[in-house]
Design a protein around this ligand. Structure first.
Ligand code: ASP
Length: 345
């Protein structure tokens, strides 16, 4: 039998705590280069995986993340897609769920693993969670079964768990276990072995990668709270130039039934602005029409977001609007499962 070829994994370093090491002189945290990484994690040399790396010129704290950086990541993946078997994207954890969601839409026809990971403590700190996160993320990015990648989607690996990226939320700013995927099962768990939840993994039909880099961020967010005023609601809904509003509602997609509120929404929808209803709850879904307090919304043309996370809602809209689709087409696509982000019943 011919010897199996070594898997090749490209590490893309965008920034975040994981790649910071302490400067011995100034004691401040600064980004590493790849040699510094292998110096910090000598285990990487023992891998039966061929590693290469690309570091962004100006690594960022992910709170400075921007769609232009998502495009840079997507283009880096596109350029190297045929050269490697998988990718590990090192990224700050703060907005990692947004980046993972966005990439899942931009990279259509993906058939290789894109594993985002990071850490809560820098790699140079003794108790860092970064080492285990990087090592296992690389192993998953290089994992194959019968010559085929096991994972064929955009994921987040953090603290022994692999998640579908566009289902995640960052829910803890202090614990190592920083992510959750409330509406979708974990894709794999790393213990003594990495146990893949094969039924939950995405099985892409399309085998040809198509990278969509047009994103439109003309999106407003209306988060409801009891007592929200007409003036605040108007200031958001009447923002000049917006094409969509993500409305964060209560429970199963419910909102106040006050006439002024429904009228404001009606006028917004009349202008061709998409209003997408997602719930403020972390788990569960929007079911417009279940209660009287959401039946009105359905009637006037608010779009139910089912179990979309807020992160997936924002990035899916950016993606769909970026394709300059008509409002009608955007609404149609919003209700379809494009990249595993939605549970359709
Ligand atoms: N603020 C950092 C970032 O998101 C936190 C982290 O790396 O986890 O870039």
């Amino acid at each position: 039998m011919a010897p199996q070829q070594k898997s090749k994994v490209l590490i893309i370093y965008t920034g975040g705590t994981i790649g910071m090491i302490q400067d011995p002189h100034s004691h401040s945290l600064k980004p590493f280069d790849f040699n510094a990484l292998t110096a910090q994690i000598p285990e990487l040399k023992k891998f039966d995986i061929e590693l290469s790396s690309i570091s962004f010129k100006k690594p960022i704290d992910s709170s400075n993340m921007h769609p232009t950086v998502w495009v840079e990541i997507a283009n880096t993946i596109k350029t190297n897609y045929n050269k490697v078997d998988g990718f590990v994207v090192l990224h700050g954890s703060d907005t990692m769920s947004f980046t993972a969601s966005s990439l899942s839409f931009m990279l259509q026809g993906l058939n290789k693993p894109i594993i985002l990971t990071g850490s809560q403590l820098p790699i140079g700190i003794i108790r860092t969670d970064g080492k285990e996160n990087i090592i296992t993320a690389i192993e998953i990015a290089g994992a194959k079964h019968k010559g085929q990648p096991i994972v064929k989607e955009v994921c987040i690996y953090f603290e022994y768990k692999l998640y579908r990226g566009n289902r995640t939320i960052k829910y803890n700013s202090q614990h190592f276990d920083a992510f959750k995927s409330p509406n979708y099962p974990v894709l794999a768990e790393a213990g003594i072995e990495i146990n893949y939840n094969k039924h939950a993994l995405l099985k892409p039909k399309n085998k040809k990668l198509n990278v969509y880099t047009e994103l439109n961020n003309d999106i407003a967010v209306l988060k409801l709270f009891p007592g929200i005023s007409k003036k605040i609601t108007q200031s958001i809904l009447q923002t000049k130039g917006i094409r969509a509003v993500v409305m964060e509602t209560f429970g199963a997609g419910n909102a106040t039934t006050q006439d002024w509120f429904i009228d404001e929404l009606k006028q917004t929808i009349k202008k061709g602005i998409v209003v997408l209803n997602v719930t403020q709850c972390q788990e569960g879904e929007v079911m417009q029409g279940k209660y009287e307090t959401s039946a009105q919304l359905k009637k006037i043309g608010v779009i139910g977001g089912y179990d979309l996370t807020f992160e997936a809602a924002v990035t899916k809209l950016m993606f769909l609007l970026g394709q300059s689709k008509s409002t009608k087409e955007v609404i149609k696509q919003l209700q379809k499962n494009i990249s595993g982000e939605l549970t359709m019943v």
